[in-house]
Design a protein around this ligand. Structure first.
Ligand code: M6R
Length: 610
């Protein structure tokens, strides 16, 4: 959620920190701050609001320094204001630090430190860490040891970077539960919560694991465990390029990411589809494929959009693999003492690979002996690294807070997994070939739908002032109704609900009148006739209907106000096509309302706190 960047080297770190913060802004952005050491003194500049406002403030100071930290905050403890923004300091300003995560025992620690005479100036949990380190420094420990001992007292999660004015050649970095990396440069080093913040300067990174603490100098580093054991770390080279994380000429990352779906889907499929054999090849599952054929149950856990992808996978797995499949919110799963055993395969779907609840569900599963399979986008993310095996979706960096291309890539990868396992079980060659061929056509079909962008923008104009929206779908397209509603509410702040269309009669039908737009996801499939009846029911009550339908469907035209056609594909892949118009509809409505689609209020791209 919060973004962390730090620099030590010979350059002026101030513009580097601001630039890094801009790249991290999408993670959390209610306030921001930087702190540097100059002539043995700490200088902290903080601001409520955007990084650009912080930048303006910093530029007035004409600040130069060779070591510093920067932070974008997404508030958890204490309102978003300047005082609660990071960095936080000890009382004499010799220590300052930035933190991502939650210190769960900050109240008892604050009480003890207050009794010892420490004064607190913010409402944050983070500030206790600065005073706690100070208390160990006062006991005579050096900076590294004082920080390590302080962290041993802390319960909760942290990705942390700390500076001390009396040892101004070091940054101390630690991780427990919140991602943090070291960027290794030439006579300069970086720390960041996300590789995108350092990519302009180095492609060589070290991923810290939970329970590790690093001492970073400009030309050296050392990593130990928090309990003081030596750790040898591997420097990894990042393949992502800067171009990949820029807007590429689009006004928003969200639109860029919607529009690049033909390419992201091609990347997800590349080298994985065997058209002749009618199957898929997924190296990441090689070590467990035999076990997967024989499990009692699949469980899928995830949050938000990734959970919707899981719901689609439930239909795929049960239709083709014939193994019972359950889908559960990771946040519920982890806390309800779930029954998991060796013959359960548990999938963890996460774009970021860092979602706190999904990661905790993964750890719980491993503890109980289940087979843990990660489906992630971010390479080297915590879920990817901690899973027994897994498949990267290769959608490329997704910056817009509203997930779009990651969703469609998750779906196509889940289709590949279905194909692979189903063919190893009892799916025929003929049916396997049919699915493989349909998968191979999806990127071009998505490109066709994207040509309807102008038409969808016109529809958005008509509906932008609606107060509520209902999205209805059946079967494979019920999760798409949920996803369409989520997209609209998170970026346009219009209340929207997704429902299985047949459930409408059991309650939501009471909402329908001439002010209620209803989006029906109604492609030609096994439930088409039923959904046409549902459309009639809404029409009879004056509801305004937008339908997503299969090309060539003339019948539906007479029943609805607007129809958006999608090309034909097999039922399991339809969600990849039907969701595209819904992404565009949400995007255009939000833009027409003048909202910040890439950074919607209160949301963060990567939810690394519970
Ligand atoms: O990174 P993850 O896929 O684990 O994130 C899960 C959700 O936080 C995420 O999908 C969220 O719902 C998005 N804002 C949806 O657009």
């Amino acid at each position: 959620m919060c973004g962390i960047i730090g620099y030590i080297g010979n350059k002026n770190c101030v513009p580097l920190l601001i630039e890094g913060l801009k790249r991290l802004e999408y993670r959390g952005y209610d306030s921001a701050g930087i702190g540097v050491i100059k002539d043995g003194q700490s200088i902290i500049v903080k601001n409520k609001g955007k990084v650009s406002e912080l930048q303006a403030k910093v530029e007035q100071l004409d600040l130069e320094a060779n070591i510093g930290l920067g932070h974008t905050r997404w508030a958890t403890h204490g309102i978003p204001n300047e005082i609660n923004a990071h960095p936080h300091q000890n009382s004499d300003g010799t220590i300052f630090l930035i933190h991502n995560g939650i210190i769960e025992n900050y109240k008892p620690l604050k009480k003890i430190l207050s009794q010892e005479g420490y004064k607190f100036s913010s409402e944050t949990d983070t500030e206790v860490i600065a005073h706690l380190i100070d208390s160990f420094l006062k006991k005579g420990f050096d900076f590294f040891k004082a920080t390590r001992l302080a962290l041993l007292e802390i319960e909760g999660t942290y990705g942390l970077a700390v500076l001390y004015t009396r040892e101004p050649d070091k940054i101390i970095v630690a991780r427990k539960g919140s991602p943090i990396i070291l960027g290794i440069g030439n006579n300069e080093n970086f720390v960041a919560s996300d590789v995108s913040a350092v990519l302009a300067h180095t492609k060589n990174v070290i991923y810290l694991e939970d329970g590790e603490i690093a001492l970073l100098k400009k030309d050296d580093y050392l990593v130990r465990t928090i309990t003081d054991d030596e750790v040898i770390k591997e420097v990894q080279e990042i393949s992502m390029t800067l171009d990949e994380i820029d807007k590429g000429g689009y006004p928003h990352f969200m639109l860029k990411e919607i529009m690049e779906q033909p390419e992201s889907l091609r990347n997800s499929i590349r080298g994985r589809l065997l058209l002749e054999e009618g199957t898929a090849k997924l190296g990441g599952l090689d070590n467990i494929i035999d076990d997967l054929l024989d499990v009692d149950r699949f469980i899928i856990t995830a949050c938000g959009t990734s959970w919707h992808a899981g719901l689609v996978a439930e239909y795929m797995f049960e239709q083709f693999i014939r193994i019972p499949t359950e889908v559960e919110y990771a946040s519920e799963f982890r806390y309800r003492n779930p029954v998991i055993n060796k013959r359960d395969a548990v999938f963890f779907i996460s774009q970021s690979g860092e979602t706190a609840d999904t990661l905790a569900a993964l750890r719980e599963t491993k503890l109980r002996g289940g087979i843990a399979i990660g489906i992630c986008n971010v390479v080297g993310s915590s879920i990817a690294r901690e899973s027994d095996s897994g498949v990267y979706i290769h959608a490329g960096p997704e910056i817009g807070v509203a997930s779009t291309k990651a969703f469609t890539s998750q779906l196509i990868v889940l289709a590949l997994i279905t194909l692979l396992i189903a063919r190893r079980k009892n799916l025929s060659l003929e049916n396997g070939r049919e699915i493989a061929k349909a998968i191979s056509r999806i990127p071009d079909q998505v490109a066709e739908i994207l040509k309807l962008n102008d038409k969808i923008e016109e529809i958005a104009e008509k509906f932008k002032d609606a107060k509520n929206f209902l999205y209805l779908g059946r079967g494979y397209n019920f999760p798409v109704a949920l996803e369409g509603a989520l997209k609209l509410k998170e970026i346009s702040y219009i209340h929207a609900e997704g429902y299985p269309a047949a459930e409408m009669k059991h309650g939501p039908i009471a909402l329908i009148d001439e002010n209620m737009p209803v989006v029906f996801i109604a492609p030609k499939d096994a439930t088409y006739d039923k959904i046409i009846s549902n459309i009639q029911e809404v029409k009879a009550r004056g509801g305004r209907i937008i339908a997503i339908a299969s090309e060539g469907d003339e019948e539906i035209k007479d029943l609805v106000e607007y129809v958006i056609y999608i090309p034909h594909t097999i039922a399991m892949l339809k969600p990849i096509l039907t969701v595209i118009p819904l992404q565009l509809l949400a995007y255009h409505i939000a833009v027409k309302k003048g909202l910040n689609v890439d950074q919607p209020r209160n949301l963060a791209k990567s939810v690394t706190v519970e």
